[in-house]
Design a protein. Structure first.
Length: 266
């Protein structure tokens, strides 16, 4: 765990595994932090990969930047971090908002991306209703804090049967959400409300892409992943049974198996 100056923001991150291993950067979603990747970090480093797992600005141990954090800002933070680490190319993976940041990184810094891993995410632009919801949610989190929101969405972040069937995983996810600074979450929500259309970026992407999705994801369902797969000529799609929006947490063995198989083929 090290602080690192990136794009004017002190981004905290884990840099694990052999320095000569293929670099893989894993981007968490909202409203989480880098610890969500613990099962993947363990599997990847054991297989000889170098894993960079950052806390996005406003999340985890990285400082809050008030106001609005565009996906472009978050992507530039990570590009600056990789540059400071001397990493010219990396496999770029992300879940949910993290997947959208990975797409933004591909848009703004295409040379950095060796391959993409997009998990439970969507490339479509924000809708008018979505913009209104995110801006209103930002204000609510600032007024009320994170706990009420966390309680409302836990059975959407995880499949409902995993909330009861995997109490330790549910507790870990809830704890991450509640620990997030509302001001950081609000800034990202305001920025995400301005999300552009990433479908043109994906359609022209020549690098390999692994698409992962929980079979019971209600936020970004399997149909969304299938549409991305149809759009991307160099993609492979894996549906993770027994999982909702966070299959890396809910079914880490199946998730890691698909990820390692993909990476081995690069």
């Amino acid at each position: 765990m090290n602080p690192q100056f990136g794009n004017g923001v002190n981004v905290f991150f884990d840099d694990l595994g052999p320095r000569d291993g293929t670099p893989v950067i894993l981007i968490h979603g909202h409203p989480f932090n880098r610890t969500m990747w613990a099962p993947q970090t363990a599997a990847l480093t054991a297989a000889g990969y170098r894993v960079i797992a950052p806390d996005l600005r406003g999340y985890g141990e990285s400082p809050v930047v008030p106001g609005k954090a565009l996906l472009a800002d978050l992507a530039d933070d990570l590009a600056a971090l990789l540059a400071r680490l001397g990493i010219e190319q990396a496999v770029v993976g992300g879940v949910s908002m993290g997947g959208q940041i990975a797409m933004e990184l591909r848009l703004r810094h295409p040379g950095v991306v060796r391959a993409l891993v997009l998990c439970d995410t969507s490339p479509e632009p924000e809708t008018e209703d979505g913009r209104k919801y995110r801006r209103e949610l930002a204000e609510r989190l600032l007024a009320e804090g994170m706990r009420g929101y966390a309680e409302e969405v836990i059975d959407k972040m995880l499949a409902p049967y995993n909330v009861t069937g995997m109490p330790e995983a549910a507790a870990r996810v809830s704890a991450m959400m509640c620990a997030t600074d509302p001001e950081g979450a609000a800034a990202a929500l305001r920025g995400r409300a301005e999300r552009p259309d990433y479908r043109p970026v994906l359609a022209r992407a020549a690098e390999p892409c692994l698409l992962l999705v929980g079979a019971d994801d209600v936020y970004t369902p399997v149909a969304d992943a299938e549409a991305m797969h149809a759009l991307m000529p160099h993609s492979v799609l894996t549906v993770i049974d027994g999982a909702g929006h966070l299959p890396g947490v809910e079914q880490p063995e199946a998730f890691n198996r698909a990820l390692l198989e993909f990476l081995a083929g690069l």
